[in-house]
Design a protein around this ligand. Structure first.
Ligand code: SF4
Ligand code: SF4
Length: 64
């Protein structure tokens, strides 16, 4: 399982990029994306998914 960023909602504030413990979030093309193979849903690092926790836009970092 992995989280994904809903591109149409993302304001590209980059808050999430540096919070990911496994650097699964990167700017690709014109959008921030979560690498589905890299995202571990923060398991073993945090109780909650950090991208979703810091994202200022509701329902933007969500389970894929
Ligand atoms: S859920 Fe965690 S591991 Fe996955 S992209 Fe978000 S911060 Fe990174
Ligand atoms: S924190 Fe949310 S709005 Fe900001 S870049 Fe990440 S997904 Fe987009």
């Amino acid at each position: 399982m992995a989280f994904q960023i809903i591109t149409s909602r993302c304001t590209q504030c980059f808050a999430c990029e540096f919070e990911c413990p496994v650097t699964a979030i990167r700017f690709k093309g014109e959008n921030y994306v979560i690498g589905p193979k890299k995202c571990i849903e923060c398991e073993g690092y945090f109780e909650t998914q950090q991208c979703a926790a810091v994202c200022p836009v509701p329902k933007t970092c969500v389970p894929a």
